[in-house]
Write a protein that binds this ligand. Sequence first.
Ligand code: PLP
Length: 396
Amino acid sequence: MKIYVDNAATTKMSKTAIEAMLPYMAEEYGNPSSLHSVGQRANEALSDARERVARVLNCEPREITFTSGGSEADNQAILSAAWLGARKGKKHIVSTAFEHHAVLHTLNKLAKEGFEITLLDVHENGLVTAQQVREAIRPDTCLVTIMFANNEIGTIQPIAEIGAVCREKGVLFHTDAVQAAGHLHIDVKAQNIDMLSVSGHKFHGPKGVGLLYARKGIFLVNLIEGGAQERGKRAGTENIPAIMGMAAALEEAAANLDANQAKLVKLRDRLIAGLEKIPHSALNGDAVKRLPNNVSFCFEGIEGEAMLLLLDDKGVYASSGSACTSGSLDPSHVLLAIGRVHDVAHGSLRLSLSEETTEEEVDYIIKAVAEVVEYLRSISPLWGDLVKGKREFILK
Ligand SMILES: *Cc1c(COP(=O)(O)O)cnc(C)c1O
């Protein structure tokens, strides 16, 4: 079997997305800034894509800026709010300890420029509360940035409530919705969101394209200077094929959202139930308030990387949940944020399903993981110590 369960890292493009792109790579190759009819057709396609994604998110087309992906959208949102804040003498930002690095590293940069950053503690269940946000906001707070759903452990934050607190306090609210878009209902108006980041390749669209929604009236700073594309907010000839692919993928995901969620939740819970039978294991994050396709576990006495390689041999393509820190031996900042100790955090496994995943595949994965965990424990000196009682188990 060949089972790709790393859909939080990236997804396979859908047929619909590919077909939406093809004409713009072949006959309709115009530059939307050209005045002739070839260019104007490309420009119309761009407007059409903007209207369609705006409809899905419940905003106006002019509130959408197309970017090169989720990372760029996060950078632009945060730097814009910081710039606006600094002009009013407000240099405090509230976020969480388990954001994506596109957010955390941007905040680190701002900290070096004199901004004060409050990173909220994440509860053991992988959630922060609107009350924590309320308590953290100060008179000099210019931005709250909290992810919609976490990319490693899949937990879904109370976004509408956090947004309501920010509205009440007059503070801008940005959310990295890269893992949520295409998987959860998003309505920027109903959920009180001022700025929101999306990436095409996390919902069966192409890589290298994303978007930033910014409520009208919010001034965006340019990360890339040049031509007047994207209302002067993002220079560079627009990637029309990718934008068309992303718009098609987002619409398709929105149209099938309820059916996909129902299907995935069943598979997810079957997988969780199977893995929970492995001794000394624990699900990471809330069992219910989590993405329909996310399963994240820690297994005691295991090295995550070894587990991934052995699973790869069995045709299961998964992640330790720390793809961005691979190559370093530091455990995931997300798992540490929810209170997992280093030894346990090292034995993490993230399985992110897709709409194509089957029950049969889920059962195969359960068996494969159980075998791999048992084998690795059998050759681990650390496990030997645990079993002999020289060290205490952390996970029951
Ligand atoms: C993947 C991801 C990003 C980065 O998106 P890119 O389009 O790859 O730049 C940002 N935030 C989260 C939560 C993600 O999962």
